[in-house]
Design a protein around this ligand. Structure first.
Ligand code: ADP
Length: 376
């Protein structure tokens, strides 16, 4: 066998299939020939002896018996040859059919995976049938779709981060250039503005770091039975000065004897601060923010933060928890918002096994953010 053919046999599944059929046929034929060679003379003599006994001794019987045996053996050999050839031809046809059925989809997947590895994430393979190969093709397509989505998210993230960094950096550069050119006075007010922009950058970087941690699930939840009523009161006490400063009233609506939740205190605090902070930011002076906690069903606690603020129109509601999504970019940015807070809150609530949702009757009609937590 030449080197080329041998290596082909080793690397091509179709060839391997055909070779395995041929080996089976060869073993079958050899076994048959050996069995025939060993069994036929004895069986033939036995039957001939039987015939002799039946018809009595006939003249020339010896010669006739040897002649008969030679012809019989020729007939057996001939039928062996015919059946071997038929078996070989059918092995060839069957292996061609099977290899086309098995090898073609595998080869398609191999080629598609190479194209995906080269960055063409939109590649998919044809799913034919529901057998294991069909299921493999289906899983392959699912994997490709996930990769495509992850890649799109990665690209979006980089574009968003670049965009978010650009604004404060451009402001800092503008103030510095103004001072260098003598257009802006080098005094406390200008430094204050630069400090404000640098502070925003720092907050953005911190938020991004936190986002990457929660998105990767790289944080530990230290869950224990937790008195949510107490935690809400502590958070309210912390935020009250800011509410008073803006002229927004903060009301708590927590029934006595609320059961304990199974939650991580720091993480829950983070979610409450984010939602109550947003409610304050998007509620004008004279408005009200109400925090309610109640048992939702036998297994969950529901915490809602309702405000009488700017509200959210229906088309924005489904996107609020996407990272960097802001309804009113300039208003949010002026308040130092990066559009990441709700994304982090969603991840934290879901890590507890809860759900978070936003509701609003529309622009100018206030909003309600609620999330559930499992009871201890
Ligand atoms: P940001 O840091 O910009 O506030 P968030 O992820 O916390 O980012 O919120 C995303 C967007 O959702 C905000 O930019 C704002 O448009 C909207 N939003 C959040 N909370 C409220 C609210 N209580 N009332 C109205 N809009 C809100």
């Amino acid at each position: 066998m030449s080197e080329g053919l041998f290596s082909k046999l080793k690397t091509r599944l179709g060839w391997k299939l055909m070779a395995s059929y041929l080996i089976v046929i060869l073993v079958g034929v050899v076994t048959l020939v050996v069995a025939v060679e060993a069994a036929i003379p004895t069986a033939f003599n036995r039957h001939l002896l039987g015939m002799q006994q039946m018809i009595g001794s006939v003249h020339g019987m010896e010669e006739m018996s040897s002649d008969l045996f030679t012809n019989f053996r020729a007939a057996v050999t001939e039928s062996l040859l015919v059946s071997t050839t038929t078996a070989l031809v059918s092995a060839l046809i069957v292996s061609l059919f099977v290899s086309r059925r098995v090898v073609t989809p595998i080869r398609q997947m191999m080629e598609a995976s190479q194209r995906i590895a080269a960055g063409r994430y939109q590649e998919r393979v044809e799913v034919a049938g529901t057998d294991e190969l069909g299921q493999l093709a289906h899983s392959f397509n699912q994997m490709a779709a996930t990769l495509e989505q992850t890649e799109a998210m990665r690209r979006d993230l980089i574009a968003n981060v670049a965009h978010e960094l650009r604004t404060p950096l451009a402001s800092i550069k503008g103030y510095m250039e103004g001072m260098i050119d003598g257009v802006l006075p080098a005094e406390s007010d200008t430094y204050q503005q630069i400090y404000h922009e640098a502070d925003r950058l720092q907050r953005l970087v911190n938020d991004l770091q936190e986002l990457s941690r929660v998105e990767a699930g790289a944080f530990e939840l230290k869950r224990r039975p937790l008195a949510v009523a107490e935690l809400v009161q502590q958070t309210a006490a912390r935020l009250r000065p800011q509410f008073e400063e803006k002229g927004v009233s903060l009301t708590l609506n927590i029934p006595p004897g609320l059961p304990l939740a199974h939650a991580d205190e720091d993480r829950l605090n983070q979610v409450l601060l984010n939602l109550a902070g947003n409610a304050l930011q998007y509620t004008p002076s004279g408005g009200t923010v109400t925090v309610t906690a109640q048992v939702q069903n036998p297994t969950d606690l529901l915490i809602s933060i309702h405000d009488t603020g700017v509200g959210i129109s229906a088309e924005h509601l489904p996107h609020l928890f996407n990272r960097f999504y802001r309804v009113d970019k300039s208003r949010s940015r002026a308040g130092g918002g990066s559009g990441i807070g709700l994304t982090i809150a969603k991840h934290l609530v879901e890590a507890h096994g809860g759900h978070i949702r936003a509701e609003s009757p529309g622009d100018g009609q206030g909003s309600t953010f609620s999330f559930s937590l499992p009871l201890a």
